[in-house]
Design a protein around this ligand. Structure first.
Ligand code: E4P
Length: 218
């Protein structure tokens, strides 16, 4: 399973990158706005740190302008994956861009049938937002299972990029389902690392180590 960081905060990206476990980054206009920096500056900073797919979202709503923005974004750097919303106009844009060989992350997916259309249009990634579905009492993880099954049934190459992740259980269940990518906030990445039994166990080992004669490794 690939791990992407879902943030535009360069400090978080640097810290996560230092772990050596981050394969890419996803951003959206809200995340970029939170940084208070100009869009191109944010993109440049991220591209310098992470050598993997970096999703940058288009803001146009009609097909021709989406295509124009996505082409410009894809020319910034080979790692840029333009992100296009899953609308009627967005599907048309994905079809054109994927035919040109541009990898697209199709975002704001909330149903399996939307995901089916996106795969048919040739998206490289589909981003189902599971936390936002849970927020309105729909089962976000069930959507992941449905999409994984459908894509397997027909051999679609589109990768399932689980988005709007809120907690470690989302990552765990999505991994069991075979989703290709999980994009998560920095906080969730940290939650995946930490376990109180690890901390307690280490505390006890080091206490006992004090009793070992000489207690030195180097
Ligand atoms: C995905 O690419 C989105 O940026 C993100 O996962 C949205 O998550 P949210 O629902 O926490 O805003």
């Amino acid at each position: 399973m690939k791990f992407f960081l879902d943030t535009a905060d360069i400090k978080e990206i640097r810290e996560a990158h230092d772990l050596g476990l981050i394969d890419g980054v996803t951003t959206n206009p809200s995340l970029v706005a939170k940084t208070g920096k100009p869009f191109h500056k944010v993109a440049e900073e991220i591209l310098k740190v992470v050598d993997g797919p970096i999703s940058l979202e288009v803001v146009a709503r009609d097909t021709s302008h989406m295509i124009k923005e996505a082409r410009i974004l894809s020319k910034i750097h080979k790692n840029v994956v333009p992100k296009i919303p899953l609308t009627r106009e967005g599907l048309k844009a994905v079809k054109v861009l994927s035919t040109e060989g541009i990898s697209i992350n199709q975002t704001l997916c909330f149903s399996a049938t939307q995901a089916l259309l996106s795969a048919k249009a040739g998206a490289a990634y589909i981003s189902p937002f599971i936390g936002r579905l849970d927020d309105i009492s729909h089962d976000g993880l069930q959507l992941i299972q449905d999409i994984v099954t459908i894509y397997q049934n027909y051999g679609f190459q589109t990768e399932v990029l689980v988005a709007s992740i809120r907690h470690p259980l989302h990552v765990l269940e999505a991994a069991k389902m075979g989703a290709h990518v999980a994009t998560m906030p920095f906080k969730v990445l940290e939650q995946l690392i930490n376990h109180p039994l690890t901390d307690m166990g280490l505390e006890k080992f080091l206490k006992d180590w004090e009793k070992v004669p000489g207690n030195k490794i180097v």
